[in-house]
Design a protein around this ligand. Structure first.
Ligand SMILES: [Zn+2]
Length: 465
């Protein structure tokens, strides 16, 4: 592919809207260099897309290792009270994190990323906090676990924004870490070493970006957060910053108890939050926080399926969108790896509360599916800090080709196609997925699907936690 490639689509969703007979020219490193509409297909010069093409979706929030424990925390807790919650799920997750080696993490992440690509996700924001070995002993190479994730992404072909997590303590007021948290705990200097190592190796790789993630107001100190923020900014002035906030009601009550502020208030008051920032979940907001977050330029990173699975709550989507708020979606704990399910549940949560329909639609006659998909593309691209999220000149050549012979998509076009993709049926409707100008999914199958699954199966059978 020394001269790059040109692909031809009869119907393509460009940033200017749906266009016909589109030739997309892609350079050897996977960036779109030119787009021609009303072009003529030339079989000797172009690869033909077998259906309508839309931009690939960024998945802005992932904890890859949690893929291997999805479905294993659905028994009601035994013991006094028998109450199950986010916090009992977290105990299972901490126990599972204890058994991970770099090799296991790589196998699990590879399987996950292959599944993401098949599902139409073409980029991932990996919120990565298992930095050290068992019992919290640092690896000789501090970036060992981070590099395993980047190898997994490279194998699957997905673009990655690696977000090494600062996790300083077990809770507010310097609470000591429990046994399950020891592998996560880092000083600001240790974290900067990891970021620096990854940044140095992958600086020129258009498929890799490095950012920074203070875990949550609960797990960091303002001083630690500021030290890493300054160090990362010195390396890259626009590196993405992600933080968990206000996922559970307990996050809010603890924040008020220890800081006098609600978590989103605390972040907005202590940091210059703007377009580099992505606030993950931000589920529990009061009106003033909704307005402040919506007008800050930051993205709200929403993970509706995980938020439902963990009993978090429902994000106040409608007032937030009405005030210009930016959103993106993530599959977070990976109970589901489906753009369709995330977007559908995002809208359905609002419908169930308001007992009305089409709440995210931009106005009379507007499409709900197009609004949700387009906003999530834009916010996801911003949060990942990479030139993605639209099929246009200068962006990465990341797109998904729909199967127009799928029963749910027959005779659907343009906006109806997107609505039918999201709101009709459950089976995948993607025929091809292209990332950085390479076709990673053909006829609905990932090009490395079987090898990846074989390795993953062996690893899972050998796990004991
Ligand atoms: Zn998370």
């Amino acid at each position: 592919m020394t001269n790059g490639i040109t692909v031809f689509g009869e119907c393509v969703w460009l940033s200017s809207g749906w266009m016909e007979n589109v030739a997309i020219k892609i350079d050897p490193i996977g960036t779109i260099t030119d787009i021609e509409t009303n072009a003529k297909y030339e079989s000797s010069l172009m690869a033909r897309l077998p259906g309508p093409a839309i931009p690939g979706m960024p998945n802005l929030h992932s904890h890859a290792h949690q893929r291997a424990m999805s479905g294993l925390s659905e028994f009601r807790a035994s013991g006094p009270g028998g109450e199950d919650s986010f916090w009992t799920w977290r105990d299972v997750m901490h126990r599972f994190a204890e058994v991970l080696t770099p090799e296991i993490l790589e196998a699990v992440a590879t399987q996950l990323y292959v599944e993401m690509v098949k599902a139409g996700y073409t980029a991932v924001g990996e919120f990565h906090y298992i930095h050290h070995g068992p019992n919290g002993v640092a690896y000789d190479d501090p970036s060992e676990m981070s590099m395993a994730l980047i190898r997994a992404a490279t194998w699957a072909g997905i673009g990655i924004t690696l977000l090494p997590v600062l996790y300083e303590n077990g809770g507010y007021a310097g609470k000591p870490a429990n046994a399950g948290q020891r592998r996560f705990i880092s000083t600001p200097d240790q974290l900067l070493d990891i970021i620096n190592a990854v940044e140095t190796i992958h600086k020129a790789d258009p498929q890799v970006r490095v950012g920074f993630a203070p875990h949550s107001p609960r797990q960091v100190t303002p001083e630690g957060m500021k030290a890493v923020f300054d160090g990362v900014t010195a390396m890259s002035a626009d590196a993405p910053i992600h933080i968990h906030v206000a996922e559970q009601e307990k996050d809010v009550t603890e924040s008020v108890e220890f800081t006098g502020k609600r978590p989103v208030e605390w972040v907005l008051e202590n940091f210059d939050v703007g377009t580099r920032w992505c606030l993950i979940h931000a589920t529990h907001l009061i009106e003033s926080e909704i307005s402040a977050l919506a007008t800050s330029g930051a993205v709200a990173g929403l993970c509706p399926v995980t938020e439902a699975n963990l009993g978090d709550g429902i994000f106040p989507l409608i007032p937030y969108l009405e005030q210009g708020g930016r959103i993106g979606i993530g599959s977070d704990s990976h109970n589901s790896v489906s753009i369709i399910e995330e977007l559908r549940l995002l809208e359905y949560g609002q419908r169930l509360i308001k007992r009305r329909r089409n709440l995210a639609a931009p106005g009379p006659g507007g499409s709900t599916g197009v609004r949700l998909y387009a906003d999530s593309l834009k916010g996801g691209a911003q949060a990942c800090g990479r030139p993605i999220g639209e099929i246009s000149k200068g962006k990465r050549a990341d797109f998904v080709v729909l199967d127009s012979a799928h029963p749910n998509l027959i005779d659907r076009s343009k906006d109806n196609l997107i609505d039918s993709m999201i709101f009709s049926g459950n089976t995948p409707k993607f025929q091809e997925v292209w990332i950085g100008g390479k076709r990673q999914v053909a006829n609905g199958r990932h090009v490395r699907e079987q090898d990846t699954l074989d390795t993953y199966s062996n690893v899972i059978r050998g796990l004991d936690f």
